[in-house]
Design a protein around this ligand. Structure first.
Ligand SMILES: Nc1ncnc2c1ncn2[C@@H]1O[C@H](COP(=O)(O)OP(=O)(O)OP(=O)(O)O)[C@@H](O)[C@H]1O
Length: 245
């Protein structure tokens, strides 16, 4: 095994994954630099979710290597990978999965409390994030009384609250309206940049990818070439488009 370059927080080499015999990833390699916002683009079924699951240690590739800060994730046992995900990674699903018995701030504070932070401190941090995401008013509401878009903001707050080293976001704005999407994504990317959080963002939306520093594109489980365009604005990162297989 050869350790990854020092400036890559995540590094994957030649990942191969098959789901029930059909290939989902076929030899994908990539590095993610510390503090980078990396978009993983590609059409539906191209392997984006599978790639994020491998990088975050949720799924072991049948072949290939995944390294996090020079630690080989692909050789870790299930408990070590679970601890790594709890302590260092955040995850946002396309649809919010919240605990129905807890209100919004309790849901958002949960990762901190699982790490041993006291209830009062965890609540303070959770409320700050809910405010930043414009749902401070919902802090005491249970998930079933919230709109889907509000629930997704709670899920995003929950992922940001413990300031993870790497945040994996799988189509995080899928349940939001277009206007909402831009605002939530800006909040997410601005927060990530200001807290030095590395983000790996799966999306098939060019507007979303435009907020990233770099885009890698997948097609049928393989990487396709990308070309970088000039910055859209000084502050919002760069866009990239897929050229060809
Ligand atoms: N649990 C599973 N069982 C069987 N096949 C799966 C499973 N998960 C993914 N696949 C298949 O693997 C391929 C890659 O799926 P994946 O979800 O990684 O792609 P994606 O780019 O994230 O798609 P989407 O944008 O629809 O989420 C697809 O052909 C998909 O149908």
């Amino acid at each position: 095994m050869v350790a990854p370059p020092d400036n890559d927080v995540l590094w994957a080499r030649a990942l191969h994954v098959k789901h029930n015999g059909s290939p989902a990833l076929s030899g994908v390699s990539l590095g993610v630099r510390e503090g980078e916002i990396l978009a993983v683009g590609g059409p539906r079924g191209s392997g984006k979710t599978t790639l994020l699951q491998c990088l975050s240690g949720q799924l072991l590739p049948q072949q290939g290597e995944v390294w996090f800060n020079s630690v080989p994730v692909h050789t870790m046992g299930p408990l070590s990978r679970e601890r790594l995900r709890r302590d260092r990674f955040g995850w946002i699903d396309p649809a919010p999965v919240l605990i129905p018995e807890l209100n919004a701030w309790e849901n958002a504070a949960l990762p901190l409390m699982l790490r041993g932070t006291g209830r009062r401190a965890a609540k303070k941090t959770a409320l700050e994030w809910l405010e930043r995401l414009d749902i401070g008013d919902c802090a005491r509401k249970r998930p079933h009384t919230l709109l889907q878009a509000e629930r997704q903001r709670v899920a995003i707050a929950r992922a940001l609250v413990p300031a993870p080293t790497v945040l994996f976001a799988d189509e995080p704005t899928a349940p939001l309206h277009r206007a909402d999407r831009a605002h939530v994504l800006r909040t997410l990317t601005t927060a990530a940049r200001s807290h030095g959080i590395t983000v790996v963002l799966a999306t098939h939306d060019a507007d979303t990818a435009a907020l990233a520093d770099r885009t890698v594109s997948l097609l049928d489980g393989r990487r396709v070439n990308t070309v970088h365009l000039p910055p859209v604005t000084e502050t919002e990162g760069r866009a990239a488009c897929s050229l060809s297989v």
